[in-house]
Write a protein that binds this ligand. Structure first.
Ligand code: 1HE
Length: 263
């Protein structure tokens, strides 16, 4: 999607096959107003076929302060509140079910709706400065951007209950242990690391990335029998794709990298 069609609070750049989406409202700590949420939805819904991975990050000292609290203050209106929450769901579903992998580079506050946004991405890279919180408990509201669905799947219901009931904040290091992020890096290193990982993922066979993004999370929600059957179908689709055949041949002909480990 051309950047021109996005609100000023979002900025899109490109690095080869990786599109980079910056939350660009640092003066409000990247708080998410309705235009920004709609812009996020439109950006992910409009990804072109030449984009093979996306990196999301935030301008300024914080990734995201969550919902712009100005958007829901004022005269109470139940239907408006439901529609507001459903708008967030649509936008973050576009992230979770994007056609390509989405990496989040996190720093500073990753709170409320900012945590809900991060939870919809596939791989989260946190700087040491990052911290997680769900201040909805303190603001007298509830999560509305998919947090009750996605956050427990990352860290479990008990930790989410603790955070919402007591206002507990979680450090980047503890967040790694609990499952908020898959990586912790030094301050300033999250975006470069996210770019490195995104370029790697962009080089995978598209059928593998499709299976990982669209089949794996659904299989994980199925009963074991249904899951194993669905896995066999997905494996057959990926294995018989020409990309797979070429990659398998490359390994057998010693043209492909071996799997090695270094810290
Ligand atoms: C905001 C928001 C916001 C900052 N909505 N305007 N989220 C929260 O409850 C978190 C609220 N924010 C904070 O706790 C702090 O702002 C931070 C820890 C993130 C950053 O602190 P700091 O000292 O760097 O910045 P600041 O001075 O607090 O904020 C700078 C400005 O951004 C200030 O406005 P200004 O006009 O006085 O300059 C703040 O009012 C403004 N600002 N955060 C609106 N969130 C779909 S449901 C999701 C539900 C939720 O996300 S609830 C959690 C909301």
């Amino acid at each position: 999607m051309p950047s021109a069609a996005l609100p000023e609070t979002l900025e899109v750049t490109r690095d080869e096959a990786v599109a980079i989406l910056k939350l660009n409202r640092p003066e409000k700590r990247n708080a998410l107003d309705d235009d920004t949420i709609e812009g996020i939805r439109a950006f992910f819904a409009g990804l072109g076929p030449d984009v093979r991975a996306v990196v999301v990050h935030g301008a300024g000292a914080h990734f995201c302060a969550g919902l712009d609290l100005g958007e829901i203050s004022g005269a109470p209106d139940i239907l408006r509140s439901i529609r507001h929450s459903r708008m967030w769901h649509k936008a973050f579903d576009e992230i979770q079910y994007a056609p390509v992998p989405v990496f989040a580079a996190l720093h500073g506050a990753v709170v409320g709706g900012g945590l809900e946004l991060a939870a919809a991405t596939h791989v989260r890279i946190a700087e040491s400065s990052a911290y997680y919180a769900l201040p909805e408990g303190q603001r007298g509201i509830f999560v509305g951007g998919g947090g009750s669905v996605r956050v427990p799947r990352l860290v479990g219901v008990p930790l989410m209950q603790d955070m919402m009931l007591t206002g507990r904040t979680i450090s980047a290091r503890d967040g790694l242990m609990f499952g908020f992020s898959q990586y912790v890096v030094d301050d300033g290193a999250a975006l470069p690391k996210a770019m490195e990982l995104a370029h790697k993922a962009a080089g995978n066979a598209p059928a593998t990335n499709f299976a990982v993004l669209h089949a794996l999370p659904r299989i994980a929600e199925m009963g074991p029998e249904e899951g194993l059957f669905t896995e066999s179908l997905m494996a057959a689709i990926a294995d018989t794709h020409p990309d797979a055949q070429e990659r398998l041949r490359a390994f057998l002909e010693k043209r492909a990298a071996k799997v090695t480990h270094r810290e």
